[in-house]
Design a protein around this ligand. Structure first.
Ligand code: ME8
Length: 642
C-alpha cells in the first residue's frame, strides 16, 4: 500500500498580522512534510485561514469594512508570508470557501439527524459593547462585579437559544481510545493534561449562536450561525475531499496528523475527536502540540511592541538561518524565548563555523590535491558507520517531531567530520606520495559527509542544501531525492565547483552597535496613530484662508477669537494659539483651515473650523508652535488642500 502522510497546521485567524508564533508552526509542518517526501511518502500538507466568528466581525467593524472585505484582504498576509518562508503546502484552505461551507453544513445536518445535535438554551456572561461571551475562566472579578477581560466593562448574563453537540456521549469511547493509543497526543505532558481533563467530565458543547451574523448558517434554521470552532475544525476533513473526493479522503484521512500550539489542544484532542466519533470517522493518528514563544522573556503583544515580524528576520538574517534557529533552539514541545542575539550566535557557531568550514576546507583540499575530482576508493570508515547511525537517529527524532534532536544528531555528525580532518591531517598526507591512497580515502569520506549532511538538512534548510549540492558539483535538487537510496561512496568521480562562503560570520560587536543605534532611532520615533485608508483622509476638508480679525476672549487665557476669510465666506474660529502670537502678528496671515469640523462653542464663542499648526509638545503642553501656510501666498483663498 502507498505510504501517505497528511499534516496540517491550525488555520489562523485573519484578525491579526502573522508573527513568529504562526511562522514556527508552519515551518515545523513544512519541515516534516519535506522530510516525509524524502522518505518516499505521498504527503499532503495543508494550511489555511479561519475566517468566521466574532473576532473577525469585530475587527472588520473597527476598520469600517465588511467581514468579507477584511478576510479577502488579510488572508493574503498569510499566503504572502508562506511564500517568503518557502512553505511547500499542497493546499491553502479558507473557511469562507464554498467547498468548506458545504461540508460544515452536511456534517451539522448529519449529527442533527442522528440526534447528536439538539436545541437548548445557552447562557453565559456576555460583554454587550464587545458583543461576545466571556468564558468563566477569563472573567475578571472586582468589588463583587464580573468584568470583561478585554474592555473592563461589567458583564451581563445572557441567554439565547442554541444548538448543542452531544459530545459527552462519546467521552468514554475517547478515553478508551487514548488509553490504547498513548502516542496519539504528543508530547506526553499534553497527553496527561487531556486525559485528566476528559476524566473530569465534559459537558455538551454549544455549537450555534443567534447573537452573531458572520458565520455559516445552520441548515434549516438560518437565524443561527454555526459556532466558529465547530466550523474551523472541519477544515481538515474538507480539504481532503470528505464530500467531493471519497478516494482522496480514503487515501489521506487515515494518516492525518495535526500540529498545533499548546493553546488549542482541547479543541483538537477533545472536541474534534468527539465530533469525529459521532460522525463515525477515524481519529487523528497524532495531535502534536508545541510550546509558546516569548520574546526576550516577555509575552508577545502589540501593546508591548515586541511582536517579531518573520519577514524582517528573513531580511536581516536570511531565511534558512531563521528556519534552522526556530527548530534547533528549543526542545520541541517546550516554551521558547526568541532572542536575536541567540540567533546570531547560532549563525556564527553552527552554520558559519561547523557547516560552512567543513564545506570550505573540504572543497579547497579536493581542488588543491585532486584537481576538483572526488577520488574513488573503498570509503567504509568510522564516518560511514556514523552516517548510518545518524540517518536512523534523525528518522527516529523526526517521527517523534523532536526537530531539535534531529538537528543535534546532524551537527554531531558534522562536528565528527571536522574532527576527522584534524585527526587525519590531509595537508601532511598530500606531501607524502606513499600516502596517496589514504588521502583519497580521507577526501572521499569528507565529500560524502557533506553530501549526506546536505540531504539531512534539506527539509529544514532547502536553499542551503541546494547551494551545498551546487558547490559539490551535483545538479540534482536535494529535496527530490530519497534518503533510502543514499549510498556512501556514490559521490566518487564527481567534479566539484568553486568553494563559496555559505554563511558569512556576523561580527558581534558591530552587530551590537548597530542594534543600539536602531533602538535609539526607535525611541525617537513618535507613537503614531493606526493606519487609515485614503477614503478616511478624504473625509477631511481643508482650505486656504486668511486671518482678517483677531480678538481676545476675556474668559480665556489660551484662545483667540479669529475671523477668517475663505474667499467665498467669512467664519469665526477659536484657536488656542494666544501664548505664541500677538493679534498684530496674526492678522493678514494666510493659513490652512479644516472647514468641515462640527461647530463647537468654546468659552461662549461659536467656533466653526480649525487652523492647522505644527507644535513641539512636552507632557501634552505645546512649547513651540508655528502655523501652516501655503508656499505661494497668491493661491486663491478657498483652494482645497488634499
Ligand atoms: O487559534 N508561540 O488561530 P490563531 C507559538 N483559528 N505558537 C504560536 C504563538 C506563540 N507565541 N502564537 C500563535 C486559532 N501561535 C484558531 C485555530 S484550527 C482549527 C483553528 C500559533 O491565529 C500556534 O500554532 O490564534 C497556535 O496554536 C496558533 O498560532 C493559533 O493561531
Amino acid at each position: 500500500m502507498e505510504k501517505t502522510f497528511y499534516i496540517t497546521t491550525p488555520i489562523y485567524y485573519v484578525n491579526d498580522i502573522p508573527h513568529i508564533g504562526h511562522a514556527y508552526t508552519t515551518i515545523a509542518c513544512d519541515t516534516i512534510a519535506r522530510y516525509k517526501r524524502m522518505k518516499g511518502y505521498d504527503v499532503h500538507f495543508l494550511t489555511g485561514t479561519d475566517e468566521h466568528g466574532q473576532k473577525i466581525q469585530t475587527a472588520a467593524q473597527a476598520q469600517g469594512i465588511t467581514p468579507q472585505q477584511l478576510v479577502d484582504k488579510i488572508h493574503m498576509n498569510f499566503k504572502d508570508l508562506w511564500r517568503v518562508l518557502n512553505i511547500s503546502n499542497d493546499d491553502f484552505i479558507r473557511t469562507t470557501e464554498d467547498r468548506h461551507i458545504r461540508v460544515v453544513q452536511a456534517m451539522f445536518k448529519k449529527l442533527m439527524d442522528k440526534g447528536d445535535i439538539y436545541k437548548g438554551t445557552y447562557s453565559g456572561y456576555y460583554c454587550v459593547p464587545d458583543e461576545t461571551y466571556v468564558p468563566e475562566n477569563a472573567i475578571i472579578e472586582r468589588d463583587g462585579k464580573k468584568l470583561c477581560p478585554d474592555c473592563g466593562r461589567e458583564l451581563t448574563i445572557m441567554e439565547e437559544e442554541s444548538y448543542f453537540f452531544r459530545g459527552s456521549k462519546y467521552v468514554p469511547e475517547l478515553i478508551k481510545y487514548y488509553e490504547e493509543n498513548v502516542k496519539s497526543v504528543m508530547p506526553r505532558v499534553r497527553y496527561n493534561e487531556i486525559m485528566s481533563f476528559l476524566k473530569g467530565g465534559v459537558r455538551d458543547q454549544s455549537v450555534s449562536r443567534t447573537s452573531l451574523k458572520w458565520g455559516i448558517p445552520v441548515p434549516g434554521d438560518e437565524k443561527h450561525v454555526i459556532y466558529v470552532w465547530f466550523d474551523a475544525l472541519i477544515n481538515y476533513a474538507t480539504a481532503v475531499g470528505y464530500l467531493d473526493d471519497p478516494e482522496m479522503f480514503a487515501k489521506y484521512w487515515p494518516n492525518v496528523r495535526h500540529m498545533v500550539g499548546k493553546d488549542i489542544i482541547r479543541f483538537h484532542c477533545v472536541i474534534w475527536p468527539l465530533m469525529l466519533l459521532a460522525l463515525g470517522l477515524p481519529l487523528p493518528v497524532e495531535v502534536v502540540a508545541h510550546g509558546w514563544w516569548t520574546v526576550d522573556g516577555e509575552k508577545m503583544s502589540k501593546t508591548r511592541k515586541n511582536v517579531v515580524d518573520p519577514v524582517k528576520m528573513v531580511r536581516d538574517y536570511g531565511l534558512d538561518p531563521f528556519r534552522y534557529f526556530l527548530l534547533r533552539e528549543v526542545p520541541f514541545g517546550n516554551d521558547g524565548d526568541f532572542s536575536e542575539l541567540a540567533l546570531v550566535g547560532r549563525i556564527n557557531s553552527d552554520l558559519a563555523n561547523d557547516l560552512g568550514n567543513l564545506l570550505n576546507r573540504t572543497l579547497q583540499m579536493i581542488k588543491s590535491y585532486r584537481n576538483n575530482i572526488v577520488p574513488s576508493c573503498d570509503a567504509s570508515s568510522e564516518l560511514s558507520e556514523m552516517a548510518e547511525k545518524t540517518l536512523s537517529r534523525v528518522d527516529e527524532a523526526m517521527n517523534n517531531f523532536t526537530y531539535d534532536e534531529a538537528l543535534k544528531a546532524i551537527w554531531e555528525f558534522i562536528s565528527r567530520a571536522n574532527k576527522f580532518i584534524d585527526e587525519t591531517m590531509p595537508w601532511k598526507l598530500a606531501k607524502d606520495e606513499s600516502q596517496s591512497a589514504k588521502l583519497d580515502f580521507v577526501l572521499l569520506n569528507l565529500y560524502e559527509a557533506l553530501r549526506l549532511s546536505a540531504l539531512l538538512i534539506a527539509p529544514t534548510m532547502p536553499d542551503t542544501a541546494k547551494r551545498i549540492f551546487t558547490q559539490l558539483g551535483l545538479d540534482a535538487e536535494p529535496l527530490t531525492m530519497n534518503y533510502d537510496s543514499f549510498r556512501w561512496g556514490d559521490g566518487a568521480g564527481t567534479t566539484t565547483r568553486k568553494a563559496e562562503v555559505l554563511f558569512p560570520r556576523i561580527d558581534i560587536e558591530e552587530w551590537k552597535k548597530a542594534r543600539e543605534a536602531k533602538k535609539e532611532e526607535a525611541a525617537m520615533k513618535p507613537e503614531g496613530l493606526p493606519e487609515i485608508a485614503i477614503d478616511d483622509f478624504a473625509k477631511v476638508e481643508m482650505r486656504v484662508a486668511r486671518i482678517t480679525k483677531c480678538e481676545e476672549i476675556p474668559r480665556s487665557k489660551k484662545l483667540y477669537k479669529l475671523e477668517v476669510d475663505l474667499g467665498y465666506e467669512k467664519r469665526t474660529v477659536c484657536s488656542g494659539i494666544k501664548a505664541f502670537f500677538t493679534p498684530e502678528e496674526l492678522v493678514g496671515k494666510t493659513v490652512i483651515l479644516v472647514t468641515n469640523l462640527k461647530p463647537v462653542k468654546l468659552c461662549g464663542v461659536d467656533s466653526n473650523g480649525m487652523i492647522l499648526a505644527a507644535s513641539v509638545k512636552h507632557d501634552g503642553v505645546a512649547e513651540q508652535l508655528t502655523l501652516l501656510t501655503p508656499d505661494d501666498k497668491n493661491i486663491p483663498l478657498g483652494s482645497r488642500v488634499s
